[in-house]
Design a protein. Sequence first.
Length: 164
Amino acid sequence: MKRAITTITVIIFALILQAQDNRNNDGKFSPEQFEAQLRSYITTEAHLTQQEATAFFPLYKEMQQKQRAIFDKQRQLGREKPKDEEGCRKAIVQRDEMDIELKRILQSYHKRFLEVLPASKVYDILKAESRFHRRAMKNWGQHRGAGGQHQHNATPPRGKRPQR
């Protein structure tokens, strides 16, 4: 019975996700709505109690903020291609260091998650987070492709290289 209720809840949640598509009333992406949907999805999929969710989500949010800071640095680094070989070499090394730092952050927070939750719940959380992001990206890709204005050709025009 409990499994059936959980399955129904997940299906309803998936339908709500599709309908809302992480957008506010203006049709623009809403980070707050996305975060609320992610939180709800993780809570449902990992079967977190209120107490477990209260212990987990502040740590999770802290981890995301640290990751976001690294992502912002990576984005800054990738804005312009360095002018010479040495600059390109330094940019590659910096990017590698940032990737390693992201893994260290994950490792550190996974250990902290294990201090407040059973390993089986942490495992379920990691799987749920991955599934949620894959579905969100799939929905986002379908949405962008539907209107035509955001579609990109799979191959660039002859003689032109894709810009990065």
